[in-house]
Design a binder for this molecule. Sequence first.
Ligand code: ADP
Ligand code: MG
Length: 371
Amino acid sequence: MNESTFPGTQHLSSSTEPMSSTPDPAPATPAAAPPVTPAVSPVPTTAATPVQTPVPPRTVTPPSNYAEMPRPTAKLTAEDMHPVNEPNGAKGKIGPTGRPLPDLPDVLPPTRRGPAQVIAMCNQKGGVGKTTTTINLGAAIAETGRKVLLIDFDPQGSASIGLGVQPHDLEISVYNLLMQRDITPDEVIRPTRVENLDLLPANIDLSAAEVQLVQEVAREYTLSRVLEPIIPLYDVILIDCAPSLGLLTVNALTASNGIVVPLECEFFALRGLAMLTDTIGKVQDRLNPKLEIVGILGTMFDGRTTHAREVLDRVVQAFDERVFHTVIRRTVKFPETTVVGEPITTYAPSSSAATQYRDLAKEVLARCPAG
Ligand code: ADP
Ligand code: MG
């Protein structure tokens, strides 16, 4: 594994229990919890002292068991669902990750087209926000004038559904592109209702590819090979991976230069991260040395609960500056967008949820060399 790419992950990959055993600060119990001010200052008191740069690598002692983690204690209120305007606070303030927020400059329109940065949304855990992030990050980047392609690489076809495409109605999908040499990308790619945003859809057929690809020559490079002709046509290509570390996901990682790891700010979130970083390391060593973690993204964050902040704090301890300053808060708006089949940036353009994905787009573009 390229250690410089993974600050703090050495520790995680050598441990099956990647969180700290330090006794947790007494979590608020429902009885003891005072009424909490909603989402304005989601900062744990322990993080009141900003971490100064340069940050020495911190060692984290793994927990002896997960029962030590604080459990959710508070129910969401309406205000939590719709935090007061500023999702992540202003520049210089301590952000939800416990670090001072950087000044993210506005993204300028692109000066040229391509070659595309290819970024995989990857976490073998399901329900962590991969698909939601692919769609909404993609739409937020498309808003900046960049040409974006979303690749649905999950046989469940959730990214396709989230953009209003019914997977079972598809006559041709990413499966055909992978398995049939006479199919070209333009036969499968379709525009979406969002300007600058195209979709390479998937459906259940893709699950057969996982098996059929095993017999292919250079099977790990199949997606990379079929994407080659369209790399110059896009600025950013986002791949929505399936919740597994099987051959399809290895294909996605081999075709990518970057990975975004969405992580639910929740109790068992860090479980499995060691296996994920191990797989990433193997792909880097054996298949794709260009691959880097663009960032770890906290999703479904509820700033009122001690345990959500604790989880985020531990992720920052392990991954330092690889953790995005932007976190995505929990809101009912996201399930709603799936029903209407469009991104949050068009469904509720001025919501804080849309602002959070626009902030994430700024961070992602700033971290990608070609911007
Ligand atoms: P994955 O692709 O990792 O399986 P999804 O993006 O499909 O995860 O998210 C799982 C579920 O959680 C979906 O129903 C989605 O609408 C919902 N969801 C995602 N992000 C949020 C959020 N920030 N707040 C509330 N619900 C969310
Ligand atoms: Mg998904």
